[in-house]
Design a protein around this ligand. Structure first.
Ligand SMILES: [Fe+2]
Length: 427
């Protein structure tokens, strides 16, 4: 087997759904990450579902995973790729989207999220809740990027959950959230988009963000891989859940839900400086090695999700995980968790708890410092090319030729001319 590049697998299973769960676990057991996964109609004429999986050869023990997969498969073909996913010559660079029409490939998620709730999830044994989640998740499964996001007719119970979350958190923000967050949260409430009476619709919020910073929301039915999530940010696309947490625990959710996205993330996505910062993390992730994605994801976790910063001598919160959970916010205010100075190289090595309250938080000297530190860290990620986002064509440009650099210089010169003219006018 080629140790470089990628391997694609197409398989059908002896037991369709149960077998798929086993197959996914099997890849997980051998630390093999998917670059892409989708279900396809089998071409054997059997009517079975077939699954197409693209794996990076370098990650985990792929050879053993394939051997194990054979024991639960009806059919299995493998192909080592001399070409990468998009037909370009293969290198060991993992696939990433380069065009707008490839964004939907980031959200491939073939399991219904409600069917894999963990035993400690508050909705684990609530069949009605799981069915409702799956109903809302179907919107994301059928969604194509660029189309209006279908609206959800949220129930009275869901609206009550939102009201509780919104009311309680809103009360805490003035004292605990960072300045930039509060400024943008104010805009969301002043515009009438955020009220306690109704769950804001992703389509409306996405349009609001588009007008503010060019960010757009894309509904997703479950967790996408961190690599894919970060790749979306490079396009200023934020993958967002549309369903609500379980009504029994409005103050805590073991996973992202629409409250987490709307209360935790959206206000800062509406901030032009933060939007550029978070896009830069996304750009740094494109084509990065599995090890560098792991480091970036931990830095992301301890900054964008759970970051703290000093402002006017006080500790303020800018992390969405804290700003969307009353319980976690209260936990951080106790003496229990440890506060460490934010240093990306250290955060990159710090493990974190995916569920439950965090035992460690990182505090930056300031909101601006945190962004500068992350930027500097992201720029150390080694790649044989650089990338930039072209907002006109909504595509990622790979810069690896002198002629492209010449064009870049021309554009920068034009910008400088504009700057010079503007300064003259203002003078
Ligand atoms: Fe989040």
């Amino acid at each position: 087997m080629d140790v470089e590049g990628t391997t694609s697998l197409v398989f059908s299973l002896k037991e369709n759904f149960r077998g798929l769960v086993d197959a996914l676990k099997l890849f997980q057991n051998h630390n093999v990450n998917f670059l892409h996964i989708e279900s396809r109609q089998s071409n054997t004429g059997s009517g079975d579902d077939a699954f197409f999986v693209l794996c990076a050869n370098k990650e985990g023990n792929l050879k053993q995973a394939i051997n194990d997969l054979r024991t639960i498969s009806k059919t299995l073909t493998t192909q080592e790729s001399a070409h990468s996913h998009d037909g370009q010559e293969s290198t060991s660079v993992p696939w990433f989207p380069k065009r707008r029409d490839e964004i939907d490939q980031l959200a491939v998620n073939i399991l219904k999220q409600g069917e894999r709730l963990q035993a400690d999830h508050p909705g684990f044994s609530d069949e009605e809740y799981k069915a409702r989640r799956n109903q809302i998740a179907e919107i994301a499964n059928n969604y194509k990027f660029g189309l209006p996001i279908p609206r959800v007719d949220y129930t009275v119970e869901e609206t009550n959950t939102w009201r509780t979350v919104f009311t309680e958190l809103r009360r805490l923000y003035p004292e605990h959230a960072c300045r930039e967050f509060n400024q943008n949260f104010q805009l969301l409430t002043d515009s009438g988009l955020y009220t306690e009476d109704r769950v804001p619709q992703l389509e409306d919020v996405s349009n609001f963000l588009k007008n503010r910073t060019g960010f757009r929301l894309r509904p997703v039915s479950g967790l996408v891989s961190i690599r894919n999530f970060l790749a979306g940010l490079a396009f200023r696309v934020f993958h967002a859940m549309q369903y609500l947490r379980h009504p029994s625990q409005p103050m805590y959710s073991p996973e992202p839900d629409v409250c987490h996205e709307l209360m935790g993330h959206v206000p800062l996505l509406a901030d032009p400086v933060f939007a550029r910062f978070i896009q830069e993390i996304g750009l740094a992730s494109l084509g990065a090695s599995a090890e560098d994605i792991r480091k970036l994801s931990r830095c992301f976790w301890f900054s964008v999700e759970y970051g703290l910063c000093k402002q006017d001598g006080e500790t303020k919160v800018y992390g969405a995980g804290l700003l969307s959970q009353f319980g976690e916010l209260q936990h951080y205010l106790t003496d229990g968790p440890e506060l460490r100075p934010f240093e990306p190289s250290k955060a990159a090595e710090q493990t974190f708890k995916l569920t439950g309250y965090q035992p460690v938080y990182f505090e930056a000297q300031s909101f601006e410092t945190a962004q500068a530190q992350m930027r500097a860290f992201a720029s150390t990620i080694p790649r044989p090319f650089t990338v930039r986002y072209n907002a006109y064509t909504e595509s990622i440009e790979i810069i690896n030729q002198k002629s492209q650099i010449v064009n870049l210089v021309k554009e920068i010169k034009d910008d400088l001319d504009l700057l010079e003219q503007s300064l003259k006018v203002i003078e």
